[in-house]
Design a protein around this ligand. Structure first.
Ligand code: URP
Ligand code: ZN
Ligand code: ZN
Length: 461
């Protein structure tokens, strides 16, 4: 099977030119202008962008109550061909086994390629030592949670520092969820005691200072361990500035933000009735001033990637979120894997906030580099033929009826969209067309990540 995509505007993080791409089997074999090759199929991509399939390095399929991998078709429909999921660790289960268990859920079910981050939920010396062995099972990133005290996810500073000391020797990239757990506990108790139970109090109980403090502490721990750090889902200006400043001082400190922090605000939590629960995620949605600061940060390269933090809660709004009796017991997380391309392009590229190349960097190239997947996120000879043919002229709106995430609501319902993936190829095979999944369920393959990813590319000043 071979495929020639002709006359498209080939768009990568590094360049943009009119040309052709020749794919044989699963791999990009040639890129150039006026390629003269015989292919079993030829597509004329005139007037379209031809870009790498997205890499979403922040999704929850199964962890945190997210629906499992049978809904990964949403990724394909939205132009994302690789997802990186979190493998939760049950108490007593070795980290490497936790990864294998999560991978078994994805294999033969996920319709896009998949990889994993480790998560420590049983913090003890033997588990910290296992961190050194993660690359043996193709995992090169590890997330620890400074928030969610009282659950198995929570880790204290000692645990984080111990993990960092082991991670850096093996080229494993540390990721943290940075929110001060004690501030959240006390403020949650306070608002509930005042009878303030509505979803918007999720924001007041997790104020910006909780994220600012924890981000500063995570950076301090990373400096103490001399360990690269990737702070996930940065949602406020102050946290972003702390990351930027540490990085500019010569420390290997990097950060990610997510689509919803670039497009939604705290007002969503204040919708009538209990509707705001649809938007409960952590950190919470922030006021517009933070949204503006985050756009500046992705434009300037102060934040490195944009993930979706996709978490389509099993049960959706009616069966999960609405079952909460107050803001503090609504399960956290929102879907978004299908919308990441559409929102970044429409509200980033089309508004002039980011360039097209920056878009590819944030959407595909950098996420692949952070997690250590050299054959993903780029159009390059020898790379996997994960390709999106993108029609920039299409106009539409996001609606839940077109969403494949498998729940009853869409946080971006009614958002106007400019452009969409006309065709999406996963390792040379067509998986999605005009927003519909047309591939085969389970065709995704486990991608083994390499250690010493992007966050290790630094030197001390
Ligand atoms: O609310 C969120 N973000 N849910 C998923 C878990 C996490 O903290 O990433
Ligand atoms: Zn998190
Ligand atoms: Zn998450």
């Amino acid at each position: 099977m071979s495929l020639l995509i002709k006359n498209g505007t080939i768009l990568t993080a590094a360049s943009e030119f009119t040309g052709d791409i020749y794919i044989e089997g699963e791999i990009i074999r040639q890129i150039g202008t006026n390629l003269s090759v015989n292919a079993s199929q030829t597509i004329d991509a005139s007037g379209k962008y031809v870009m790498p399939g997205g890499v979403d390095e922040h999704v929850h399929y199964g962890s945190f109550g997210g629906r499992l991998f049978e809904t990964a078709e949403a990724a394909a429909a939205g132009g994302t061909t690789t997802i990186v999921d979190f493998a939760p660790q049950e108490k007593g289960v070795p980290l490497l086994d936790a990864i294998r268990r999560q991978a078994a859920k994805a294999e033969h079910t996920s319709s896009v390629d998949f990889a994993f981050h480790a998560v420590i939920m049983d913090p003890k010396e033997s588990v910290f030592e296992e961190v050194r062995h993660l690359p043996e099972v193709g995992v090169a990133t590890l997330k620890l949670f400074m928030a969610y005290k009282g659950t198995a996810f929570y880790c204290d500073d000692e645990a984080i520092l111990s993990a960092m000391m082991n991670a850096k020797d093996a080229g494993v990239t540390m990721m943290v969820h940075a929110e001060n757990a004690d501030i959240i506990t006390i403020l949650t108790r306070y608002y509930l005691s005042q009878g303030k139970t509505a979803p918007v109090y999720h924001y007041y109980a997790r104020p910006p200072i909780a994220e600012e403090e924890a981000t500063g502490r995570a950076i301090a721990l990373a400096k103490a361990a001399d360990c690269p750090l990737f702070v996930v889902h940065v949602s406020i200006r102050e946290a972003m500035e702390a990351i930027r400043n540490a990085h500019n001082d010569g420390w290997p400190i990097f950060g990610e933000t997510c689509t919803h922090y670039l497009t939604l605000t705290t007002d969503c939590l204040d919708k009538p009735g209990f509707e705001g629960a649809k938007y409960i995620c952590s950190p919470p949605l922030r006021p517009q001033e933070h949204v503006d600061a985050l756009w500046q940060a992705v434009r300037e390269g102060w934040l490195t990637a944009v993930g979706s933090d996709h978490c389509a809660l099993d049960g959706g709004y009616e069966g999960a979120k609405k079952k909460g009796t107050n803001f503090s017991n609504v399960p956290n997380g929102c879907p978004g894997v299908q919308d990441r391309l559409a929102l970044l392009w429409t509200y980033g590229v089309c508004t002039g906030k980011i360039t097209r190349r920056k878009f590819v960097e944030l959407f595909a190239a950098n996420p692949a580099k952070v997690v250590g997947l050299p054959n993903k996120g780029d159009l390059r000879i020898g790379a996997d033929a994960d390709v999106v043919i993108f029609d920039p002229e299409w106009k539409g709106i996001i609606t839940n009826k077109d969403s494949l995430h498998g729940i009853d609501y869409e946080p971006f319902e009614g958002f106007e969209i400019q452009g969409r993936p006309q065709q999406v190829f996963l390792r040379g095979r067509l998986v999605a067309e005009n927003g519909r999944f047309v591939g085969e369920r389970g065709m995704g393959r486990w991608q083994k990540c390499k250690p010493y990813g992007l966050c290790y590319d630094y030197y001390h000043k």
